[in-house]
Design a protein around this ligand. Structure first.
Ligand SMILES: [Zn+2]
Length: 176
């Protein structure tokens, strides 16, 4: 058992955001990490959840499905039913490397349920998705590196915003 694991504290977190019904698991856990100013890797290890599972080139936002032990521990830590955390897991068939990852920026920055809690939708991780089911528009995409470099959900959303601004500037220059 590692030092960090030995220090693991299974008492519930003082504060735990609830997962949104259509949120990706990585997004929710990444919001927990953001809240405690940690990276997803640190938050995973410090909570005694074992080794971070094998991920794809996209990083933790496309989080591998959890086993029941990890689900139960997280449910206790977050005071959320294991079934709720189970319902936002990534299907195994979605755990494939990507060239780009789709998202709807309008949905990403404006969460109608809580404007202070932007999150990544689970549906955007579906390799077959093309359009936003809220807005009906074709989804934008970001390269895996933009997502992988983020330590937690707050950083991930900020990275995606910066990436869009860079692309807009580039397009404006080309259009001149
Ligand atoms: Zn949308």
């Amino acid at each position: 058992m590692s030092h960090l694991q030995a220090q693991a504290n299974y008492r519930p977190w003082p504060y735990a955001p609830r997962p949104f019904q259509d949120e990706a698991f990585g997004s929710w856990f990444g919001r927990v990490a953001s809240r405690y100013r940690m990276t997803v890797e640190m938050a995973w290890e410090i909570n005694g959840l074992g080794q971070l599972p094998a991920l794809t080139n996209v990083g933790w936002i496309l989080f591998a499905p959890l086993d029941n032990t990890a689900l139960d521990k997280l449910a206790a830590l977050a005071r959320v039913e294991a079934k709720t955390i189970g319902s936002i897991q990534t299907p195994v068939s979605w755990m494939v490397a990507r060239r780009r990852l789709p998202f709807c920026f309008r949905c990403l920055v404006l969460n109608p349920m809580d404007v202070s809690a932007p999150y990544w939708k689970r549906a955007w991780l579906n390799p077959d998705i093309t359009d936003c089911c809220e807005h009906g528009e074709q989804l934008e995409t970001a390269p895996p590196s933009v997502l992988r470099r983020a330590g937690n959900t707050e950083q991930l959303i900020s990275n995606v915003g910066k990436y869009r601004r860079r692309m807009e500037k580039r397009q404006a220059r080309r259009g001149r």
